[in-house]
Ligand binder design. Sequence first.
Ligand code: NAG
Ligand code: NAG
Ligand code: NAG
Ligand code: NAG
Ligand code: NAG
Ligand code: NAG
Ligand code: NAG
Ligand code: NAG
Length: 837
Amino acid sequence: MGLFFLVSVLAAVLLSSHQQLFCAAGDRLAAGQSMSVNQTIVSAGQIFAFGFFTPENSTAANLHYAGIWYNNLPGRTVVWVANRENPLKDRAGVFAVIGDGNIAVLDGAGRTVWSTNLSGIPSNTSAVLLDSGNLVLRHDVDGGEVDVWQSFQHPTDTVLPGMKLRSNLSSGVGTRVTSWKGESDPFPGQFVMTLDPRNSLQLIFLKGSDMYARTIPWNGKPAITLQLSNLTSILVGTVVKEDDEILVTFNMLENSMIARFVLDYAGIWSFFSWVERQKNWVTLVSLPTRPCDFYSRCGPFGACAYAQSSCSCLDGFEPRSPEEWKRGNFTAGCVRQLQLQCDGTDRFVKVLGLRLPDGFSVMWNKSMQQCEAECSARCGCQGYAHAELSTLDARFLGSKCLIWLAEMEDLKQAPGTSEDFYVRLPASGLEGHTRLEDGVISNKNKRLIRIIIPILSFGMLLTGICCYFFIRRRKARVGKSRTRQSVRRQGSAGSEKEMPDVALFDFKSVKAATSNFCSENKLGQGGFGPVYKGRFLNGQDIAVKRLSKSSKQGYQEFHNEVRLIARLQHKNLVRLLGWCMHKSENILIYEYMPNKSLDNFIFDSTRLVELNWKKRFGIIKGIANGLLYLHEYSRMRVIHRDLKTSNILLDSEMNPKISDFGLARAFRTDQDIANTQRVVGTYGYMSPEYALNGVFSEKSDVFSFGVILLEIITGKKSTGFYPDSNSQGLFGYAWQMWEGGRGFELLDPSMLSSSSSATEVPICTQLAMLCIQEDAADRPTMSSVVFSLSNDVCTLPMPKKPAFVFERSPNSVLSAAHDSASKASINGLTATSVQGR
Ligand SMILES: *[C@@H]1O[C@H](CO)[C@@H](O)[C@H](O)[C@H]1NC(C)=O
Ligand SMILES: *[C@@H]1O[C@H](CO)[C@@H](O)[C@H](O)[C@H]1NC(C)=O
Ligand SMILES: *[C@@H]1O[C@H](CO)[C@@H](O)[C@H](O)[C@H]1NC(C)=O
Ligand SMILES: *[C@@H]1O[C@H](CO)[C@@H](O)[C@H](O)[C@H]1NC(C)=O
Ligand SMILES: *[C@@H]1O[C@H](CO)[C@@H](O)[C@H](O)[C@H]1NC(C)=O
Ligand SMILES: *[C@@H]1O[C@H](CO)[C@@H](O)[C@H](O)[C@H]1NC(C)=O
Ligand SMILES: *[C@@H]1O[C@H](CO)[C@@H](O)[C@H](O)[C@H]1NC(C)=O
Ligand SMILES: *[C@@H]1O[C@H](CO)[C@@H](O)[C@H](O)[C@H]1NC(C)=O
C-alpha cells in the first residue's frame, strides 16, 4: 500500500512536470492528475480559480499556498487556502489527486504537506472547482456523482454564498471559521467564528477560548433578508434545523452580485460586496466595531447603550462594585438588590427593547406556561424567554424555550431586533420596579435610553455599523456644503439680480392653452389661486397657476417667487417652465403632472391599492431627496413651509415632485431659524414650534415630512383619523403601535401581501417617529433621513414621543389640530396669505 502510494505520487509529480497533456485542464483534476505551482484550474463559468499563490506583501517571498480566488476580479482575493499551515517553500511542489482518491499538496520531494486524508473512498475521484467557489472531491456512481469532500465544509476565514455553517445540537461540534494570522499570513490566527456549541442558536466569536462578540440568538425565522441602497433585497440568510443539526447559510438574491463574509486577522467579521464601478470591495457591515458590540461589556445584568457606550443595571439590580462602576469600570456588572425567595412568591417581569442576553439553555417544545414553570422550579433560574416557532415556519413543530440558569450576560439595548424575555424578581421588589414592564432600563442617566439599534441577526450574521459612518459622513457633508455655499454666495453676488432663465410667456398663448381659464380645465386650488391644465399649440401639456388678485402679492414678491423657483432644479421638484405677467395677472407655468397629487392616491381607498410598497418607498425617497436639495444643496437654503401630500405631485412614472413654493423662504446660509409674525401653512403638517411660536427652520419641514411619511405608510390622514374614542389621532396611534413593537401593523391593509418591505417599513416608521418629535433639535436633518432611507442596514436613534400626543395644549391652534371635536373643520385647511415682509 505504502509503495503504491509513493509510486503514484511520483508518477503524478513526473507527469505533471513533463507533460502538459496530463496537467490541469478546465475546471477539474482527474484521478492521477496534478497541477504545478504556476498552473490553475478555473470553474466552468470562469468565476473562481484554484491554484497556487503567494500572499501579497508576504515577508517570505517564496511561499506557495494552494487556494481559491475570484478569477475575474483584479488583485487576488483569496477565499480558501488548503495548506495554510504548511506552505511550499519553493516552486517544486504540486497539487494532485493522489492514488488513494484523496487530494493533496505535495512538496518537491513528494512529501504530503496537506491532504484531505479521507479513508475508504473510491480511488477514481476528481477534484472539481465549482462556480460557487467550492472545491469538491467527486466520484461517479451509477447515474450520478457523489462529493466525498468539499472545501465549503472546511472553510478558512471566508464564508461564501451557499456555504453551510453547521452545528450538531447534541455534540455542539460545528463549522469553524478561523482568521488568518496576519494580513499576508494564512496560518490559522487566534480568532474563530462558530455556532455556539452550547446551544447552536447564535454565532459566537472567540479569541483563543474567550468570547468577544456574538450575534443575537436565532429567533426561529427561517429566512432574513437584507436590503441595501436599492429597492431590491440583496441577501437572504437561512437557518434550518434538521434533526439534530442547525444549518446556517446565506445567498445573494441577485446571482451576479459578488459578496463574502470574512473574519479578518484582527478578528473583525465583515460583509463585503464587490462594487464594479469602484473596482473595489466595499464593507457593508462589520462586527465588532463599537464598544457595545464587545461581549458582556457591562457584565452580568448590565445593559450596554450604544449611543453613549455606557452601562446601566436592569431594574431590580444594582452595580456590584459601585465605586468601580462610577469610574467607568463595568466589568463586575450588577447584582440583585433583593434576593429571590424561591418559595413560589417570585414573579416574572417582562423586559422589552433588549437583545436576548447570553447564558441561556434551550428547551424545545415547551409552552409559555411550561417554560415559566421550568424556570420557577429551579431556584437558580434568573429568567426565561419563549418563542412559538411553528407560527413562523411550518417546518418547526413546537417552540423554543430559553432559560437562564446562570447570570444574564451581554445585554444590549436593541429595540429593533429584540425579543421579549422575563426576568425573575422577588415579589417584594416588584412595586418599585414597574418601569421594567415598560421596557425601560433603570439608570441614573435618563439620556441613556436614546440609543442606537444594532442590527444584529443570527440569520444574517450581520451587524449594522453604518451609524458610525452615518454620523461621520453627515458631519463631513454638512461642513462641505456650508463651505461650498458660502463660496458660491460670494462668487455669485454680482449675478444675484439677474432674472432667472425661464421663459416669459405671452398672456394670449397662456389664455389659449387653457381655453381662457375655462373651469373645465381647472385642476384644483393651490395656496395662491386656481391651477389649470393647459396645452400649448405644440402639444406640450402644462399646469398654469393663476395667482388670485386677492392674494395681495405685489410685483416684487411675485418676482422673488419666480426667481426662487426658477433657480431650483431637481428631479424631485416641480419644474417651472415660465411665467407671465399681464396687467394685474401673475401666472406661473409648470410642467404638467398626469398623476396629480399624492393625496389623490393615498386618501382614496381604490387608488391606494395601486401604490404598492415599492412605489411608496420610491415616492418617500423622492420627496426626501427633493427636500434635501432644498435644504442643503440648492443655491439658497430654502425652507418650503407648506409640505403636505397635496403639494407632492406625481409624474407619469409616479416620481414625486414637490410643488407650491408659495410659502417657501430662502435663507441666508448662516441663518438657522427665523421668526414670523404670521403663521402660515397647513394644520396637521405644521411643527409645534411653528404653529405655536412662529419659529421655523429646516426642522419644520422635517416635521411635515414625517407627517407625510406616516400618511403614506398608513394611508390615513394626519388629521381626522381616530381609530377609537379615546384615541389621540394618527400620531398617538402610530406612537402606540410603534412603541408596542407593532409598527408593521401601521401599514395599510392593502399592503400586507407586499414582499419587499421587511426592513423598509420599520425604517420608514421609525424615521417618521423621529421626524415628528416635539423638540426640533431632536429631529433628524434631511441628509440623515436620506442616508437612512438608502442604507437599510443603518441604525437609527430612538424617537421620543411625538408632538401633539400626550399633552393637550391650551393653545387653540394646537388643540384644533388634534382635537376630535373640530377635526372635520380643520381638515386640509390651508392658510392662504403671507405676512408682509
Ligand atoms: C511552470 O514552471 C516551470 C518551472 O518553473 C516551467 O518550466 C514551466 O514552463 C512553467 N509552465 C507554465 C505553463 O508556465
Ligand atoms: C501591500 O502593501 C501595499 C503598500 O504598503 C499596500 O498598499 C497593500 O494594501 C498591501 N496589500 C496587502 C494585501 O496587504
Ligand atoms: C490522517 O488521518 C489519520 C487518522 O484518520 C491520522 O492519524 C493522520 O495523522 C492524518 N494525517 C494527516 C496528514 O493529517
Ligand atoms: C470509479 O470506480 C467505481 C468503483 O470503483 C466504478 O463503479 C466507476 O465506474 C468508476 N468511475 C470511473 C469514471 O472510472
Ligand atoms: C451529532 O452528534 C451525535 C453525538 O456525537 C452523533 O451521534 C450524530 O451522528 C451527530 N450528527 C451529525 C449530523 O453529525
Ligand atoms: C438598483 O438595482 C437595479 C437592478 O436591480 C440596477 O440596475 C441599478 O443599477 C441599481 N441602482 C443602484 C443605484 O445601485
Ligand atoms: C475593574 O473592576 C474589577 C472588579 O470589580 C477589578 O478586578 C479590575 O481590576 C478593575 N479594572 C480596572 C481597569 O480598574
Ligand atoms: C415538537 O413536538 C412535535 C410534535 O410532537 C414534533 O413533531 C417536533 O419534532 C418536536 N420538535 C422538537 C424540536 O423536538
